[in-house]
Design a protein around this ligand. Structure first.
Ligand code: GLY
Ligand code: MN
Ligand code: MN
Length: 488
């Protein structure tokens, strides 16, 4: 059959449009957690809730940066974990038993941001009720404006569980139902507005509702501290991206670099591999600056011959790494730098080896600290073990996940927990020890999975041994030779 030219052109045009649209839709990352993951997490939470209870979660507030510019929005980790919803101004309710709402039995409800053509033109697409139904798989979805009429009598529950409200929630007015109004409406529904801050405790009216502000945290911690295999895929990726940043900087490092330039290379690598954010503000401290544990000024122009402490974590689809490497700016550890570095390395090895099922953060800390204390005595930097904290003032281990310091119940390690092992020695200028050690700061931080077969170091990709670091630093990076124009 011969197709007439007009119809042929029309078919080609339609094909082109359909192909372009589907390409445009699929040309995005598609390795996010799936709706089934979030659904499963809600179900497991429900199983762990007390009989006749409701758990209420609010989205994170939108925080103002200055004037009419807000900080980049970041969802509350619990909210994200349970829903996958990344927008603000939302509230989620999970019921331990189904409730009859509009003739239907539902065991969860979510109120979300309403679609708004004008605001979406400025700030991007919102899922709205339809999108949340379709893309996140929650079944009972309403606009935030409907929350005021929620057909639930909170006084009938034995427990209304929620986390303490954030104290930085603004009534932005741009939305009729913003987080501020949602919280105020909730407070009045559970009678909390009758509380008076100025009255003494025994003068307070008795609440009709049994509220519980402490019960949710341990329940959520029990869920979040054990990572599912889907979460581990994302965490591993976040950690490996962070390692690639460290590797590239090791190769690119030279003495004329600035701290900010080093930060830029790490963060460029993060973006190159699709990590949307840093999980925490990047720390790049040369010499004495490394002694400030959370140094984020990163404004030294010339790193010279010092050690450079680099603590940076890529956040990939919500999950954050936390990796630190400390390297000599000129590619070679001096005698004193190496003494301190190798001591931290030895302490970290002991800590990693103790990352076993049944142990806990305290054990990791004590084995690593014992190595450091003894080493500092041997080097003549301290006289007694109890002085060790002066130079190693922080803990050695924490969980990572959706938060860099992730939620956990502070118990024994179980399979599929992921923790950091991060001993350090920091000797600021003017310390009470030989001045040859002044300005040396070393932290080595790795992200370690607890398994039945022992620790698995997700960040092993980035060299840790002093000799291996020196060897890698001899290699070239694309950043070794790149040139940008001079600017006056
Ligand atoms: N980067 C923060 C920490 O190591 O805990
Ligand atoms: Mn850490
Ligand atoms: Mn860190």
């Amino acid at each position: 059959m011969r197709i007439k030219p007009f119809y042929f052109q029309l078919c080609k045009f339609i094909f082109f449009i359909v192909f372009s649209l589907s390409y445009a839709q699929s040309n995005r990352p598609d390795d996010f957690l799936k709706p089934e993951f979030h659904q499963d997490r809600r179900e497991v939470l429900r199983q762990s809730m007390p009989v006749n209870s409701v758990a209420v979660f609010f989205a994170n507030p939108v925080r103002n940066r200055a004037n009419d510019v807000d900080y980049i929005y970041h969802q509350d980790p619990n909210f994200y974990y349970l829903t996958g919803y990344k927008e603000p101004h939302s509230v989620l309710l999970i019921f331990s038993e189904p409730q009859l709402i509009a003739g239907e039995k539902v065991n969860e409800l979510i109120y979300v941001q309403k679609r708004n053509q004008r605001l979406e033109q400025w700030n991007g697409k919102r899922l709205g009720v339809e999108g949340v139904l379709k893309e996140l798989g929650l079944a009972a979805v309403y606009n935030g404006e409907d929350f005021i009429n929620i057909p639930i009598d909170f006084s009938t529950f034995d427990k209304v569980m929620f986390e303490p409200f954030r104290n930085d929630v603004r009534d932005t007015k741009a939305e009729k139902a913003n987080l501020f109004t949602l919280i105020e409406q909730f407070k009045s529904k559970i009678d909390l507005n009758t509380f008076s801050a100025s009255a003494s405790f025994d003068q307070q009216p008795t609440l009709k509702t049994n509220i519980d502000k402490n019960g949710l945290k341990p329940l959520m911690a029990s869920l979040r501290e054990i990572k599912s295999k889907e979460e581990l895929v994302l965490l591993k990726k976040a950690v490996e991206i962070s390692c690639l940043g460290q590797i590239e900087v090791m190769k690119a490092m030279h003495q004329g670099m600035s701290e900010m330039e080093i930060q830029g290379i790490h963060e460029y690598v993060f973006r190159k591999y699709g990590a949307e954010y840093e999980g925490y503000p990047s720390i790049v401290g040369a010499g004495n600056n490394g002694c400030v544990l959370h140094y984020i000024d990163n404004d030294l122009l010339n790193i010279g011959k010092d050690l450079v402490l680099m603590d940076l974590g890529a956040e990939y689809h919500g999950y954050t790494a936390d990796v630190t490497r400390t390297i000599p700016a000129n590619g070679k550890f001096s005698k004193e730098q190496k003494e301190i570095y190798d001591l931290v390395y030895e302490a970290q090895e002991a800590g990693i080896n103790a990352a076993m099922i049944g142990n806990n953060s305290k054990i990791i800390d004590s084995v690593a600290r014992a190595v450091i204390n003894k080493g500092l005595i041997d080097l003549g930097i301290i006289k007694e073990e109890k002085e060790g904290r002066t130079y190693f003032p922080h803990g050695t281990s924490h969980h990572i996940g959706l938060d860099v310091h992730d939620l956990n119940n502070r118990g024994s390690f179980k399979e599929n927990m992921i923790i950091t092992v991060e001993p350090g020695i920091y000797i600021p200028e003017g310390s009470a020890c030989d001045s040859k050690y002044w300005g040396i700061a070393v932290r080595i931080e790795d992200d370690v999975l607890i398994t039945k077969d022992g620790p698995v170091n997700y960040s092993a990709l980035a060299p840790r041994k002093s000799e291996e670091i020196e060897k890698l630093m001899k290699e070239e990076s694309i950043f070794s030779t790149y040139q940008l124009p001079e600017l006056d």
